[in-house]
Design a protein around this ligand. Structure first.
Ligand code: NDP
Ligand code: MG
Length: 392
């Protein structure tokens, strides 16, 4: 009997929506233990009922009473607060979907792995920050991290059937985002609504802005570095505006194997949730190459999109550098959303934060969860100070 128990952290977000679709399309294969949201309690309560979850947890404690009221009489347990979120990641489950956004997802992901739960990872920021610490814990606990991110899921699907010893390189594709064809001047003054106007994917606000700066691709390169133990020089990025080819693996004999699919997160989510089987994703439009007719590819432009180069620098630097890169980016994106800085300041803030942090730290340790969290806090603090005092 192939019923899996599944907990979904970030159940009220965009990945949460797609995950719910896959669970509902394969209803008898899943038993939902816990759903975690942050502030959207109405959606959390409705989803807990629709998925017949055992428990709903709201991270923001101010919504505890409202969640209780909404779920009164349903038999669904209710909890609130950050401790409850981390505890729910650590409860025994066949799969824990980590789909919170940003560094608040680090501790829950680590708690899930510590408890020996298989992790389906969308929250790339957690792996970027915790990198070697998370991979070491997963190896110690014998825990598999199944990637939900479309590019990594593509690579994972290709790797699955092959001998890993003759791989020369991997390629992650990038849509190029809404500013792919914009000149540097126009990008400098891009507005929030310009940045949120992604050509191919419908996603949460933070990852959409990261796609516009190409920080998302930078985070994904670091994610691939850890997930697949690939050296920085063996990780390639190619811009592919149609987002049909998601990832490619290059072999020593010149073969390149790729995974293709429509830009719809329900495909990689279904593949990860079913692994090593296959489940239905009936909602996904089927790929028809003759109708699409053209797939095109181009080199990323590191001058117009400096965040990608900064991410490669952080990956090569290693230790705390990726966590600092991520923390500065999270702070800068928040500042941009709040109207405190221009779009092009995001890269400036990140570059300044990295310079300041790396100049100040004479090889701080980076081996424990505490080290990861302190790098994250340090990066956020430095970046916020740059936003407040040093930007212009
Ligand atoms: P959304 O912003 O749509 O959703 C974020 C989710 O996290 C919501 O459920 C939100 O709750 C919850 N959340 C936010 N802060 C906290 C917190 N402090 N504690 C607990 N829960 C919290 O984001 P996405 O679904 O788009 O992205 C989620 C992750 O997946 C990101 O890391 C992103 O990079 C990654 N990803 C997303 C893709 C996509 O297509 N969307 C593709 C590939 C990766 P609430 O809404 O209730 O406040
Ligand atoms: Mg991706």
């Amino acid at each position: 009997n192939d019923t899996r128990t599944i907990a979904i952290l970030g159940a009220t977000g965009s990945i949460g929506d797609s995950t719910a679709d896959i669970v509902l399309a394969n209803r008898d294969r899943f038993h939902v233990t816990t759903l975690v949201g942050h502030s959207n309690v109405d959606k959390l309560a409705a989803r807990a009922k629709a998925l017949r979850a055992e428990r709903a947890v709201v991270a923001d404690e101010r919504h505890h009473q409202k969640l209780k009221d909404l779920l009164a009489g349903t038999g669904i347990d209710v909890a609130a607060g950050r401790r409850a979120v981390i505890a729910s990641a650590a409860e025994a489950a066949d799969l824990v979907v980590c789909a919170m956004v940003g560094s608040p997802g680090i501790e829950p992901a680590m708690a899930a792995i510590e408890a020996g739960n298989t992790v389906a990872l969308a929250n790339k920021e957690a792996l970027v920050c915790a990198g070697p610490v998370m991979m070491k814990l997963a190896a110690q606990k014998g825990v598999r991290i199944l990637p939900l991110d479309s590019e990594h899921n593509a690579l994972f699907q290709v790797f699955e059937d092959t001998n890993r010893s003759h791989i020369e390189a991997i390629t992650v594709t990038a849509s190029g985002g809404p500013f792919r064809t914009w000149d540097a001047e126009r990008i400098r003054s891009a507005t929030l609504s310009d940045a949120l106007n992604h050509p191919n994917w419908t996603m949460g606000q933070k990852v959409t802005i990261d796609s516009a700066t190409l920080a998302n691709k930078g985070l994904e390169v670091i994610e691939a570095h850890h997930l697949f133990a690939m050296s920085p020089d063996a990780i390639k990025v190619v811009v592919h505006p149609q987002s049909i080819v998601h990832g490619m693996v290059h072999y020593a004999d010149g073969s390149v194997l790729a995974q293709l699919g429509m830009p719809d997160m329900r495909t990689p989510i279904a593949a990860a949730l079913a692994w090593p089987n296959r489940y239905q994703a009936p909602q996904v439009e089927r790929l028809d190459l003759a109708t699409l007719s053209t797939l095109s590819f181009e080199r990323p432009d590191l001058e117009r999109f400096p965040m990608l180069g900064l991410a490669f620098d952080a990956m090569r630097e290693g230790a705390a550098a990726p966590a600092l890169f991520n923390a500065a980016n999270e702070a800068a994106v928040t500042a941009f959303v709040e109207g405190k800085c221009a779009f092009s300041d995001i890269a400036t803030i990140v570059a300044m934060t990295m310079d300041q942090a790396l100049a100040a730290s004479t090889s701080r340790p980076f081996a424990s969860l505490e080290d990861v969290l302190s790098a994250d806090q340090n990066g956020q603090r430095l970046a916020n100070a740059i936003v407040d005092d040093q930007l212009h």
